[in-house]
Design a protein around this ligand. Sequence first.
Ligand code: ZN
Length: 75
Amino acid sequence: MNRSCARPGCDSVATCTLSYAYAERIAWLDDLHPIDSPANHDLCGLHGDRTNPPKGWEIRDRRSRVDAIGLRYAG
Ligand SMILES: [Zn+2]
């Protein structure tokens, strides 16, 4: 079940999922969700690392592999 990164122009395999809690103004970065939800954004490791939350939001990186260098090039 390979899913690709949601960023325009990026064909990398998604390794993490970005989801939002609008009421709390929190964005979560998790390991790739098993279910492909249209409400979430699947991202590759690189774009996951580069994700900036909207102004006034907090981002919480809950990925199990935070050694992002290895993650980026792991394929
Ligand atoms: Zn990407």
